[in-house]
Design a protein around this ligand. Structure first.
Ligand code: FMN
Length: 199
């Protein structure tokens, strides 16, 4: 499924996004637009090199062991059914992973942090360690975790720049998140980031 083209420019200064960034745990039920969803995915892992493959966040050895999933609720992103979607940076598209609104189950998997279920969208950052351990061995695990931090900050700042807010959640049961989302077991969730309008 194609996404609207992302913008490489905006009206809000980087300094303001850094200054205003906070972890938010209370969200309006207002829906996001496909353009906002597209922009968030681009900021997380979009290709930013014309004719190339390099992405919005740095990656050790440019090996890109990370994946981004969107957990979307019902009436939460205009024209998009509730489901778990996978982001494909190469052609800036999303594909369906699992139908249905998984937000409540994700919140339960995150040690019942039920505030998460009110965010229209939760972006999930996963790592596939085999993609980086071939070159870097066990140090590759460290690198992937660092990359998750870079991606998370991009999501925070891009949210701010669009008048949205984000939360960040590291407390969850890995296997439960994988099961609820219906993703590959090798895609280990590292961060869950609920995004929406602040209430
Ligand atoms: C790796 C990591 C994991 C976190 N996990 C959670 C979490 O599970 N639940 C939560 O409510 N906040 C979580 N936070 C948010 C922190 O509580 C928050 O960043 C901290 O209180 C500082 O506030 P600020 O982000 O608004 O500046 C996490 C933050 C990080 C960086």
């Amino acid at each position: 499924m194609h996404l609207p083209d992302p913008m490489a420019d905006g009206d809000v200064s980087l300094e303001r996004t850094i200054h205003q960034r906070r972890t938010i745990r209370s969200f309006e039920s207002k829906a996001l637009t496909p353009k906002q969803f597209s922009q968030l995915l681009w900021a997380a892992q979009g290709i930013t090199e014309t004719g190339g493959f390099k992405r919005a966040a740095a990656s050790a050895g440019a090996l890109y062991p990370m994946d981004i999933y969107g957990v979307v609720g019902g009436d939460c992103i205009e024209k998009l059914d509730p489901a778990v979607y996978h982001y494909e940076p190469t052609n800036h598209t999303i594909s369906l992973v699992r139908e249905g609104d998984a937000r409540r189950d994700i919140a339960i998997a995150a040690l019942s942090q039920m505030w998460m279920a009110h965010a229209p969208l939760t972006l999930v950052i996963t790592a596939e360690y085999s993609r980086i351990m071939g070159k870097y061995g066990h140090r590759g695990v460290r690198y992937a975790m660092i990359e998750a931090g870079h991606i998370g900050q991009n999501i925070f700042l891009q949210s701010q720049a669009m008048g949205l807010e984000a939360g960040i959640v590291g407390a969850f049961e890995d296997e439960k998140v994988i099961e609820v989302m219906g993703i590959k077991k090798t895609h280990e969730p590292l961060l869950l980031m609920p995004v929406g309008y602040k209430r």
